[in-house]
Write a protein that binds this ligand. Structure first.
Ligand code: OSB
Ligand code: MG
Length: 388
């Protein structure tokens, strides 16, 4: 890994941690649960010049996708992580990461602070975050992730809607019982679309042969995280059985560079889904990008139903050269009636999303929407005695 680029230290004045509640345009069902609204933590950090950096925490209300939740992240942020910020020598995303490493786990909580510091650093330098990360401002290929539906017909109708809206590849959530018949109907209705599936760990090793069969029968381009997070060997076994046109992709299993090294050694993946909000932030994501690219494993950026703030971060990361597979970064109206940011993200030609050229992530929340959606708010003074 090349040494992290040293960013100028930031001198902070305050942080504001908000808890928001936003209704989704439609329920999002996965093998681990149904989300109807997104409850999220939103963090802003302000430096002594008054520049503000933003980030959102991807933890869900309940610990279903991973062990973290809004509650655990709130506790980590208020009690352990935000208190690391006041520093006489200033703070950078990397310095924060090193300090936060003293605490085990809680990558989503850590990522919230780390990513807000990246946005603030880029804004203070008046440069787009994508540039600061080593990407370039370019349209990013994207697709859409479709939740579990009540019937195969309902799923076909959803896919139809997204295809009409311009999405290229379609990722279907699957879970035991809502799989084969659903896939068969979608493949029949759309013989040629690029089709992915994501199981969020819901299958068992006894399902290995069925999964391999579906890969051929339904011409699946990608199978994401079929087995539990810690079952790298099962993933490696399935990867060996897949036709070359079907790639095994890991999401939850890849918690950081150490786990990726092991997964690569075992050949347990041929594509990597990176979610900066899940792996501890953008610094760790850059390491994963470097490692995967060196191993010739293509990447794409996953999503966690983020608002425009989190999506803008993800989009900045997805401008890096290794992100060649279409990312789970859809337009604002796929998630929310009214996104937090204005203008909303809209799907561009060829199923792409365009990062904003502005400094940092290039978007700000609309004050009135923030006020309307905020359920609780804590302001933390961060000034080091005597400064400012
Ligand atoms: O596994 O990719 C996932 C949403 C919540 C939790 C886990 C996942 C997802 C998605 C949504 O697939 C993708 C998006 O934000 O567009
Ligand atoms: Mg996934």
């Amino acid at each position: 890994m090349p040494p992290p680029r040293e960013l100028p230290p930031l001198y902070l004045r305050r942080a504001v941690l908000r808890e928001l509640d936003l209704p989704l345009v439609r329920p999002f069902a996965t093998s681990f649960g149904v989300e109807r609204r997104r409850q999220l933590l939103l963090l802003s950090v302000e430096d002594v010049e008054g520049t503000v950096g933003w980030a959102e925490c991807v933890a869900g209300r309940d610990p279903l996708y991973s062990s973290e939740s809004v509650g655990t992240a709130r506790e980590m942020l208020l009690r352990y992580l935000l208190p690391l910020l006041p520093s006489p020598a200033g703070i950078t995303p990397h310095r924060f990461r090193v300090a936060a490493d003293a605490y085990r786990g809680h990558p989503m909580a850590k990522a919230t602070v780390e990513m807000a510091l990246w946005d603030l650093s880029a804004r203070a330098l008046r440069t787009p975050l994508s540039r600061l990360l080593g990407g370039r401002v370019r349209p990013v290929p994207v697709g859409v992730s479709v939740g579990l539906q009540a019937s195969p017909q309902a799923l076909v109708a959803q896919v139809e809607g997204y295809r009409a809206a311009g999405y290229g590849r379609i990722k279907l959530k699957v879970s035991p019982g809502k799989d084969e018949r659903y896939l068969a109907e979608v493949r029949k209705a759309f013989p040629d679309i690029p089709l992915w599936i994501d199981a969020n760990q819901a299958y068992d090793r006894k399902d290995l042969s069925r999964l391999a069969r579906w890969a051929r029968r339904f011409r699946l381009e990608l199978i994401e995280q079929p087995f539990p997070e810690d079952r790298l060997l099962w993933h490696a076994r399935l990867a060996r059985r897949l036709p070359s046109a079907s790639r095994l992709c890991l999401d939850e299993s890849v918690t950081g560079p150490g786990r990726l090294e092991e997964a690569l050694a075992l050949r347990a993946l041929r594509v990597l889904n990176v979610k900066p909000g899940r792996v501890g932030g953008l610094g760790p994501s850059l390491e994963l990008h470097y490692q995967a690219s060196r191993a010739k494993v293509p990447l794409w950026c996953g999503g966690m139903l983020e608002t425009g703030i989190g999506r803008a971060h993800n989009l900045s990361l997805a401008t890096l050269p290794g992100f060649t597979f279409p990312s789970d970064l859809s337009a604002s109206d796929r998630y929310y009636e009214e996104d937090l940011v204005e203008p909303p993200f809209v799907l561009g030609p060829g199923s792409t999303l365009r990062p904003r050229p502005g400094p940092g992530i290039g978007v700000d929340p609309v004050e009135s929407r923030l006020a309307r959606r905020t359920r609780a708010q804590r302001t933390l003074p961060l000034r080091v005695g005597g400064r400012d």
